[in-house]
Structure formats: structure tokens, C-alpha cells
Design a protein around this ligand. Sequence first.
Ligand SMILES: C[S@@+](CC[C@H](N)C(=O)[O-])C[C@H]1O[C@@H](n2cnc3c(N)ncnc32)[C@H](O)[C@@H]1O
Length: 270
Amino acid sequence: MNDSTQSRSAYAFKNSSEESRMQMAGLQAYLDPITTGALDAVGVRAGMRCLELGPGGGSIAHWMCDRVGPQGEVIAVDLNPRHVEPADNLRIVQADIRDGVPVEGQFDVIHTRLCLLHIPERLQIMKVLVDALKPGGWMVIGEFTPEPLRVISTPGEAASELWHKVNTALFDGITNLNGADMNWSYQVHDTMLEHGLIDVHHTEHNESWDGGEGIAARMHYTNSIQLAEPIKSCGVTDAELEEFRALTENPEFRATHYQFINTRGRKPLS
Ligand SMILES: C[S@@+](CC[C@H](N)C(=O)[O-])C[C@H]1O[C@@H](n2cnc3c(N)ncnc32)[C@H](O)[C@@H]1O
């Protein structure tokens, strides 16, 4: 499968790449406890029909399948769903959400994580998603913010400066080349209110990680490979990228993760 979408802006990461397995594993290790806590809070129950937009590695789609059981159904929609394992009550659809929700009917719960931030047409898609919610249904959206990844321990001041240079280039590069917008994370709450959702609430999260072989360190390493083109388009050299990768492997280096905001809102019954 490939990740192409005609002449539209291209998704910055590629699920077809070898590194995408580590990317998905890293995201799931950091975020799944937060996401499943939020989905528990809104009540994903037996018999429900759920939409998982941009399932990536598929862990949340599978968590929902377990909750909705054989009487329920989960639809997982992704540009490239190659990492999503099948399940009896899971319908996997390869589609670009910019063409609309590719299945008929409404949903009890719609969840999407780190997908809309990558799509310039995110505001139009929000309207489509709200229309696809059943009255009383919940929408849950998780996104990373543009907050700098704070250095906690460093082998030297130069390392700290390099860390910030590369991460700033990463954020700017995917914005310029791929139409991503990390500031979207701050707008989700208000956008839900503008679309008439109620009980809108968000939580903010971060945690530290150590350089070395841990999954977060490996994910920052592989991100720098997957996003080498946008990073270099902002003036980072190959030598600096190599130094950045070495930092993620250095146990003397510690930093915070990408800050994450998880927002939920409910469609009124009438
Ligand atoms: C950064 S990954 C996040 C994966 C997963 N939601 C997670 O948080 O672990 C973004 C996912 O959204 C999918 N995606 C990006 N743009 C899309 C689009 N226009 N339509 C459907 N899926 C899209 C990608 O293929 C990828 O699987």
C-alpha cells in the first residue's frame, strides 16, 4: 500500500516506511493509557458503533472492538491501514477522510489521534465528523501541541541547543511542506463548542524519557529519519541530524515528550 493522495498535501510520515512500526509503537506506549482512560470516561460499551480515524498501529481500534463486543462495530479509516490487524467486529477502510466518511450511518463514538493536525482541511473535516455523530454521541480528539520539548539533563549546552534546533525545524518543516498545524491542538476545544458540542473538556499531558534504548528514545530517533526532508528544509545539516540521533541514544540525555492535549465533546440529544 502507498500513502499518496493525488495533488493534495502529503501526509508527513509514511506508514509504508520501515520506521513507521517504531513510530506507532512509541505513540501507543506513551498515549494509549491516556486515550483509553478518556474513552472509558465517555463510556465505550457493548453494542456501540465507533469510528477510529487514522488508526495507525491499530491499538485503539482493537481496544474499542473489545469494548463494543460482537454486537458492536468499529470502523477504522486510514490512508494506509497496513499496520491494523483484522478482527471480527472491525471494518478496515483505506480512504482519505478529505473525501468524506467512507461508510454510511452515524456513530456513538468518534475518536481520532494525531491525524487532523496533519490535514490542512481539518476544519471542513470537523463538520463532516460532527454530522456523522449520533445525537448523544461523543467525539474524542488527541493532538500534540507545539510546546518545545524541554531538556532535563544534557551532556553539554551545545547538545541542548542542537536538540531545540532540530525539533523546531521538525515542527516548522511539516508545517511548511505538509500543511500540518500543531497549534490546532489548542483550537480543538473551541471548535467543538462552535459545532454545538456540549460537555467539552480537555486534559494536557507530558512525561520525561531517557536517552538510550527505551521506546520513546527510539521513536524520536526514527522520527528524525522519517522527517529528514522537512527537517533539512529548515536548515539542519546531515551532520546535525546524526548528532541529534546520537543524543537520543545517550543515557546522559533526558527530555520531555511532545505535549499532548486530549479533548472530548458530546452532541446534544436534540
Ligand atoms: C501520526 S499517525 C497516528 C496514528 C494513531 N492514531 C496513533 O495516535 O497512534 C496518523 C495516522 O493518520 C493517517 N492519516 C493521515 N492523513 C489521513 C487522511 N487524510 N485520511 C485518513 N487517514 C489519514 C495516517 O496514515 C496515520 O496512520
